[in-house]
Design a protein around this ligand. Structure first.
Ligand SMILES: Cc1cc2nc3c(=O)[nH]c(=O)nc-3n(C[C@H](O)[C@H](O)[C@H](O)COP(=O)(O)OP(=O)(O)OC[C@H]3O[C@@H](n4cnc5c(N)ncnc54)[C@H](O)[C@@H]3O)c2cc1C
Length: 374
């Protein structure tokens, strides 16, 4: 059920006749994590009480695409709409091409996430999405907070701008250009990401990992230049833009309203910004725990992952010049499936594969904090 409240209302529902009812669950934010949690709850049948999702701008999801690696057992749950078994990484003079055996790189549009979540929620009589921004912690037995954290709290920022174009004929690209034309820039590194979305649509994104958030218009201009250089401009037209600053680690904890979820709850990977897979699985687990035990624990990633990602972030901060070559070397030494598993950080074994593939000198110096010796 989707209800309309006055925009910017507080959670005081005095005028709605619900004043004496405290919801069982209140989810602040109906983006990826909020809707994942609500739709997982919707699939669990009769619930112990009312669930409210507060979201001022549901359509924000429509301008996003979510990509991730998955294996056959996860396809049904993660629901990729497009996928490829081949991805590339490169600099001006080094190139790696991976072809996964068990793993594919999949993409799901935000529109699809939104439509499927709302369909599940609309069929559930106890769950409502309310169009509102809340400004104080809502009263509920369980409150979940997915408000994006302030950019000032990011350790490093992944800034990107994507341009989706529609071709009048098949563009002929089937590989994912994961991190190509990697190069050092002031304050970090830059690369271009090319993602085929079917035979006629292509997303081109310039992405920076930097200590200072990058300017979107610069990144958009780079997309235009890239498209002009690689394709006949009369064959395509731009149909969608997406741009964002994603956290790569936090300097400090934010104050949460109840249990943090999504990027706020540490469900996006510090070293890469990938979050879709973790958010979907973690929110599903939270939903099941809530129904079974009427309690839940905040999401915690493996300590080893946090530690390894911090090492990588420090390396970007201190020696961005070595990152492109280091990543290519690691990708070269790992099998495509190991690389895919490592990028999703599925188990501690993935870290072992990463350390085996990592250039010894760079990582030893980084471990010792002697970046100047690299
Ligand atoms: C453009 C983009 C592309 C991405 N692509 C990928 C990808 O390809 N693969 C991947 O794994 N990860 C990707 N990510 C990273 C991550 O998966 C997303 O950031 C994901 O949306 C995080 O989910 P979330 O619920 O934490 O935040 P969001 O989806 O941003 O949801 C937070 C919601 O809270 C709402 N809100 C804010 N303040 C209030 C308030 N006061 N009251 C009520 N609601 C409020 C906002 O309107 C928003 O809808 C991408 C991120 C972005 C921004």
């Amino acid at each position: 059920m989707t209800r309309n409240y006055t925009e910017d209302s507080t959670p005081d529902r005095g005028s709605t006749g619900l004043e004496n009812m405290v919801p069982w669950v209140h989810i602040v934010g109906g983006g990826l994590s909020g809707l994942s949690l609500a739709s997982s709850l919707a699939r669990l049948g009769r619930l112990p009480g009312e669930v409210i999702v507060s979201e001022p701008n549901l359509d924000a999801l429509v301008s996003k695409t979510f990509s991730f690696w998955f294996d056959a057992t996860e396809q049904e749950f993660l629901k990729p709409e497009f996928s490829s078994d081949t991805w590339t990484l490169g600099t001006d003079n080094l190139q790696v091409t991976h072809q996964g055996s068990s793993f594919r790189y999949g993409t799901r549009t935000g529109r699809n996430v939104l439509e499927q979540a709302l369909r599940a929620i609309d069929h559930h009589p106890q769950i409502s999405v309310v169009e509102e921004a809340v400004h104080v912690q809502p009263k509920a037995l369980h409150c979940f907070d997915s408000r994006p954290c302030n950019i000032d709290s990011f350790q490093l920022t992944q800034s990107f701008a994507g341009t989706e174009v529609l071709f009048d004929q098949p563009h002929g690209i089937s590989q994912i250009g994961l991190m190509n034309e990697m190069q050092r820039i002031t304050n970090g590194i830059r690369f271009v990401y090319t993602l085929p979305l079917g035979s006629h649509r292509l997303l081109v994104e310039h992405t920076d990992f930097t200590t200072v958030p990058s300017d979107f218009s610069t990144l958009k201009d780079l997309n235009s230049r890239y498209l002009e250089q690689h394709f006949d401009v009369s064959r395509f037209r731009s149909i969608r833009m997406e741009a964002a600053h994603i956290p790569m680690g936090f300097k400090h904890q934010s104050i949460n309203w109840g249990t943090p979820i999504g990027a706020r709850g540490g469900m996006t990977r510090d070293a890469t910004g990938y979050g879709y897979r973790t958010i979907r699985f973690a929110c599903h687990k939270i939903a099941k725990d809530l129904v079974k035990y009427n309690s839940t624990k905040p999401y915690r990633q493996l300590k080893m992952t946090t530690w390894a990602d911090q090492l990588f972030l420090n390396l970007i901060k201190q020696r961005p010049d070595v990152i492109p070559k280091t990543l290519i070397q690691m990708a070269n030494k790992m099998s495509p499936d190991q690389f895919a598993q490592f990028m999703m950080m599925r188990s501690p074994t993935d870290l072992i594969h990463m350390f085996r593939a990592a250039p010894v000198k760079s990582f030893t110096c980084a471990l010792l904090g002697r970046y100047q010796w690299i």
